[in-house]
Write a protein that binds this ligand. Structure first.
Ligand code: GDP
Length: 372
């Protein structure tokens, strides 16, 4: 069943996110509903089932694979009496752990406050209603009002700070002159940093966790006598919180201002097509979808090919398709130059480098037409 396979992939990813954040997942709950319950996201029966499980097994946190509304979050906390996280909150938490420079920290802090603010608002409205509103200026209300004001002030301050840094970074980018700029883009954990290291022979942090790279790294690279700037950017993910897309403006500007994109894909991942779609979606959102692009299918050393029964012809079962067959379909389907590599074993590196060289040369020539 295709829906079930999707569901499993989504929850696998959520579990990986939880692992990255430092949690161990004990159990998964799923429910089929035409739309989420407005009060508790899951239905009341399911909520009860989860609550019982929490009690019996000493669970400390429940994570939802979607963004919960402020009231859903509040209701669930009240009902389950443990920490409730949603996907956005979890991603923000990981970003907070990963932020290394003051710039990245400022960006994440801003995103976190923007996430928090409406959630405080709801809580406040809720309290107000409970107490009958007008004339009921209790201490709780004042406290939350104060909190809101502090958060709003903090948000403006962080925005000012980011504006200044953004300006500095934009000047920095301009000062890089007419050098051709190439940006690595791709879903999180596909091997961008590893590839960056391999191409530029530098040491960029690579780890089998999500979002190892939060800050952009720019390296001058020379391929076949042709120099260009190569940038490693933050990995994309399905349902990237909008607060983060906005606050990582400068990081994404690297992508927006690049001359060429290298879209890295982890072909050993079961849902790599979904990943490609998510990345394209974000490229569209930031207005970078019409740039020249090279598709690099990475991790071919880890591609699992497991042929099932001879008569099992289910087209959705990719395990039936060998890498050679994949290469054929993608090469003929893609409108971009496409190459299959392993950043780890460096298989097909010469082909990839030639491809990058050709594309960079094209841009170079269009920029300096009379410079032979
Ligand atoms: P990023 O998040 O896209 O920058 O990904 P990283 O470069 O941090 O790599 C994520 C994980 O994938 C690391 O554990 C890498 O060692 C691993 N990895 C990267 N390239 C390859 C590859 O070609 N083959 C295999 N098997 N693993 C790879």
């Amino acid at each position: 069943n295709q829906d079930e396979a999707k569901l499993k992939e989504y929850l696998d990813e959520l579990e990986f996110l939880a692992f990255t954040a430092g949690a161990t997942v004990d159990k998964r709950f799923t429910q089929k509903m035409s739309q989420p319950d407005s009060k508790t996201f899951v239905g009341s029966g399911k909520a009860e089932e989860i609550r019982n499980y929490i009690k019996e097994n000493g669970i400390t946190t429940v994570i939802f694979d979607d963004e919960l509304s402020p009231s859903q979050l509040k209701n669930l906390e009240k009902e389950m009496e443990v920490k409730i996280l949603d996907r956005t909150n979890l991603i923000l938490d990981i970003f907070a752990q990963r932020a290394q420079t003051s710039y990245a920290r400022t960006q994440v802090e801003l995103a976190q406050y923007e996430y928090l603010l409406p959630r405080l608002t709801r809580m406040w409205t809720h309290l107000e209603r409970q107490r009958g509103g007008i004339g009921m200026r209790g201490p709780g209300e004042t406290e939350i009002e104060t909190d809101r004001r502090i958060i709003r002030d903090r948000i403006s301050l962080l925005k000012e700070k980011l504006k200044t840094i953004d300006k500095q970074m934009s000047t920095q980018r301009q000062n890089r002159g007419k050098m051709v700029r190439v940006a690595l883009v791709g879903y999180t954990n596909v091997g961008k940093s590893t590839l960056m290291n391999a191409i530029s022979k530098s040491e960029v942090f690579a780890e089998n966790k999500l979002f190892a790279t939060l800050d952009t790294t720019v390296r001058k690279v020379v391929v076949g006598n042709l120099p260009f700037l190569l940038t490693d950017t933050v990995g994309f993910i399905r349902k990237l919180p909008t607060q983060l897309v906005e606050s990582f403006k400068s990081t994404l500007d690297e992508v927006r201002e690049a001359d060429l994109l290298i879209h890295v894909v982890d072909i050993s991942h079961d849902s790599f097509e979904d990943h490609i779609n998510s990345v394209n979606q974000i490229l569209m959102e930031i207005g970078a979808h019409q740039k020249p692009m090279i598709m690099v299918f990475n991790k071919i050393d880890a591609f699992a090919y497991e042929k099932k029964e001879e008569d099992d012809l289910t087209p959705s079962n990719r395990k039936n398709i060998s890498l050679a067959e994949w290469e054929k379909t993608w090469m003929s389907k893609s409108k971009y130059p496409t190459v299959f590599i392993s950043a780890l074993t460096k298989e097909n590196f010469p082909e990839m480098k030639k491809m990058i060289y050709d594309e960079v040369l094209k841009i170079h020539i269009s920029r300096f037409p009379y410079n032979d």
